[in-house]
Design a binder for this molecule. Structure first.
Ligand SMILES: Cc1cc2nc3c(=O)[nH]c(=O)nc-3n(C[C@H](O)[C@H](O)[C@H](O)COP(=O)(O)OP(=O)(O)OC[C@H]3O[C@@H](n4cnc5c(N)ncnc54)[C@H](O)[C@@H]3O)c2cc1C
Length: 356
């Protein structure tokens, strides 16, 4: 195999993961990103990074489900592989202990609706991954929630990771494997074998990939940004082992535990490309969902409120497609972490097959 020089515009989750897998396959990679590598205002840095193929099926389709299933096989292997490539990097928080789904007594119909929808859409081979729970079973799974919910669901096999740690680990491994990374350099033109940045930098490549998320709108007219907001808190008074989804007639929110007593509460979903700060309304919704899960969250310290745009295509499915000689990896929408390994794997294969 002849090593190729691959240029990637955009170093979010998609760009970084693709760059890493291409370097591992023996190629050379140049990355250009309009932001610094530790900027917090991208979808990848804002996400809750829950890996929820089952829960997400209620709001997605069979394509996302299949990508999610493949990714759930790849995630543990890729977390280990990244550590093997960069043993000095701090370990990445990754858990696969399922998801708990609950609803307060007045919102039981929301939980019932979610359960029926899931049972209707879920292929029968996966039916055993959805387990109904009564109050004692909830208490056994999450002792902190004992006595708070009469029933719920356990979605087996679902997972989560720390997106901040994963993105930082990718950053470290890309340096270690020799990626050339231009930070703070917006790309204005992408051609099959050329990338041109606003500052005049031109990079000649063998293959060009556009991974700019919502920044690719000029190249992909069917792309839109979907605003999402999350709240991050620190709370020593509650311990959760796994993400908890709270069903509610107006909004469905989740609380995902992170290392060091941190919790991510998310996420709003608004058909808006507003990139402004989190609104008071969203802050109250996120905060009340958290407080209603357990009153000890009343003493939680607010660490961060963040908003970002999820890049979505018309059919809400992630895609790798080629336009005028340029590859695009985009449309990761609300399933970026869930689907990225499968999507990146398929693009690496397509690029490899394209070799002369
Ligand atoms: C609130 C919220 C919660 C989420 N929760 C989850 C979850 O629990 N599970 C899950 O699976 N997914 C979740 N997601 C979705 C996931 O975060 C996204 O699908 C994924 O991060 C998209 O990655 P990306 O690399 O395509 O885009 P981005 O993260 O947007 O990265 C794009 C990169 O391109 C760069 N760029 C933009 N324009 C240019 C330009 N002109 N030139 C050069 N560089 C450019 C940007 O600086 C950025 O670094 C969530 C998203 C949000 C917003």
């Amino acid at each position: 195999m002849k090593p190729l020089h691959i240029g990637i515009a955009g170093a979010g989750l998609a760009g970084r993961m693709l760059a890493w897998r291409l370097l591992r396959a023996g190629h050379r990679v140049t990355l250009l990103d309009s932001r610094r590598r530790d900027a917090l205002d991208t979808a990848s840095m804002t996400a809750a990074a829950m890996l929820s193929p089952l829960a997400e099926l209620a709001v997605s389709d069979a394509v996302v489900f299949a990508m999610g299933q493949r990714s759930m096989q790849l995630w543990p292997q890729w977390v280990d592989a990244l550590h093997a490539d960069h043993p000095d990097a701090p370990p990445v928080y990754y858990r696969q202990q399922g998801t708990l789904v609950v609803a307060h007594a007045p919102d039981q119909s929301s939980l019932q609706h979610f359960t029926r929808l899931l049972q209707h859409k879920l292929p029968s081979a996966f039916a055993t991954q959805v387990q109904k729970l009564d109050a004692p079973a909830i208490a056994q799974l999450e002792p902190a929630l004992a006595g708070r919910f009469a029933n719920g669901l356990h979605l087996l096999g679902e997972g989560q990771l720390s997106n901040e740690q994963w993105m930082a680990a990718l950053s470290g491994v890309l340096d270690r494997l020799g990626a050339v990374w231009h930070e703070g350099v917006p790309v204005e033109l992408l051609e099959a074998q050329r990338m041109v940045a606003r500052n005049g930098l031109e990079v000649a490549v063998d293959i060009c990939v556009d991974a700019r998320g919502v920044g690719s709108k000029s190249a992909l007219p069917q792309l839109r940004g979907v605003r999402g907001e999350v709240l991050r808190v620190e709370c020593k008074g509650v311990q959760l082992q796994r993400p908890v989804r709270l069903m509610h007639p107006r909004y469905q929110l989740y609380v995902a535990p992170r290392p060091d007593h941190a919790f991510v509460v998310g996420a709003t979903e608004l058909e808006s490309e507003d990139t402004g700060p989190v609104t008071l309304r969203s802050m109250l919704e996120l905060g009340s969902a958290l407080y209603s899960l357990h009153p000890a969250f009343g003493e939680a310290r607010v660490e961060r409120l963040s908003a970002a745009l999820r890049p979505a295509l018309d059919n809400d499915q992630p895609a790798c497609l080629q336009r005028e000689g340029v590859w695009h990896i985009n449309g990761l929408y609300r399933h970026g972490y869930l689907c990225a390994p499968a999507l990146v794997e398929s693009l690496v294969q397509k690029i490899t097959e394209q070799q002369p």
